[in-house]
Design a protein around this ligand. Structure first.
Ligand code: NAI
Length: 296
């Protein structure tokens, strides 16, 4: 049982990250069941994945046949009860501890395999907070993928004080051997490795814009041309989603009470205004078709 290869994966949420995780699993020949709250959201999630698969074909990363097979391996449901036979579930819903905890509590009752991996893709919420929502915290682990999932090769694996070693081994083997990702291990504190370093930097860039210290274009240009970053901090904030960046900052602030993690008012106002970045069509920049930048 413990060495049984993971072939049936569940993904909860088909937003930016859930869609990406479902896509890489389907491309790795795994049976994937995706949960979305409604049929409309499921249809939008499927369309998002198909667009990404099409991009894979047009850029020569996958063949037409691989695209078709991956699409065929993807099924959608709005009933979490359908996840009973899943060997690995990756939760990728909104960065909200209450919403995630409720999902873990429900999932724990549904998934029967005692060695099943119940993973969260949370960017910042300590995994133990989700583990204690279940009766079996040894099954709960963090598997933090990076955006865009089909492109970026890393998974941060976050084990808690209670995560079982079999579960950790299964999760690591799946990420490395099945998905072909590089795995780094992090202890369980808000932000893990990547966001503990990245988010204060993004917030600092937003504070620079807020204070009028420099323009958004000059800030991004500085980091791209001067520091060889692939994109500047404000473009990256748009890509991640301002709502998600704010939620990550909030949970890191709650954990550490450090001013450098507190969300600046400009970020809060933009989230309230619905200017949450690329996925909404506008953030620090504007986007056509939620993709291409049309105004800088
Ligand atoms: P998103 O906004 O694109 O998608 C959010 C998903 O949550 C959607 O599927 C939505 O239907 C679902 N959802 C919202 N409220 C819900 C509720 N009450 N019950 C059930 N489902 C609900 O967000 P994104 O970016 O995909 O983020 C998802 C998770 O991935 C978050 O935990 C985030 O911190 C994490 N993450 C995000 C990254 C990024 O660059 N955007 C990178 C790595 C992790």
């Amino acid at each position: 049982m413990t060495s049984e290869k993971i072939q049936r994966v569940g993904v909860i949420g088909a937003g930016i990250m859930g869609a990406g995780i479902a896509e890489v699993c389907a491309r790795a020949h795994v049976d994937v069941l995706v949960f979305e709250q409604t049929r409309e959201l499921a249809a939008a999630g499927r369309a998002r994945i198909l667009r990404s698969l099409d991009r894979g074909v047009s850029t020569g990363k996958i063949t037409e046949r691989e695209r078709e097979q991956a699409a065929w391996r993807l099924r959608f449901t709005s009933d979490l009860g359908d996840f009973a036979d899943r060997q690995l579930v990756v939760e990728a819903v909104v960065e909200d501890e209450k919403v995630k905890s409720e999902i873990f509590a429900e999932l724990d009752k549904i998934v029967t395999d005692p060695n099943a991996v119940l993973a969260s893709n949370t960017s910042s919420i300590p995994i133990m907070k989700l583990g204690i929502a279940t009766a079996a915290p040894e099954r709960v682990i963090g598997m933090h993928f990076f955006n865009p999932v089909p492109v970026l090769p890393l998974v941060e694996l976050v084990t808690t004080l209670k995560t079982g070693s079999t579960v950790a081994r299964r999760a690591e083997a799946f990420a490395a051997d099945v998905l072909g990702k590089q795995v780094v291990r992090s202890s369980d504190r808000a932000g893990f490795i990547a966001n503990a370093l990245l988010v204060p930097y993004l917030l600092s860039a937003i504070r620079m814009v807020e204070s009028g210290f420099a323009t958004k274009d000059d800030i991004d240009k500085t980091m791209v041309l001067g520091c060889a970053h692939p994109m500047g901090p404000l473009a990256l904030t748009d890509l991640v989603g301002l709502d998600t960046v704010k939620a990550i900052a909030d949970s890191m602030y709650e954990e550490f009470k450090e001013p450098l993690y507190s969300a600046p008012p400009l970020l809060q106002r933009m989230v309230e205004a619905g200017l949450v970045g690329k996925k909404s069509g506008a953030g620090f920049y504007e986007y056509a078709d939620k993709g291409r930048t049309i105004k800088k």
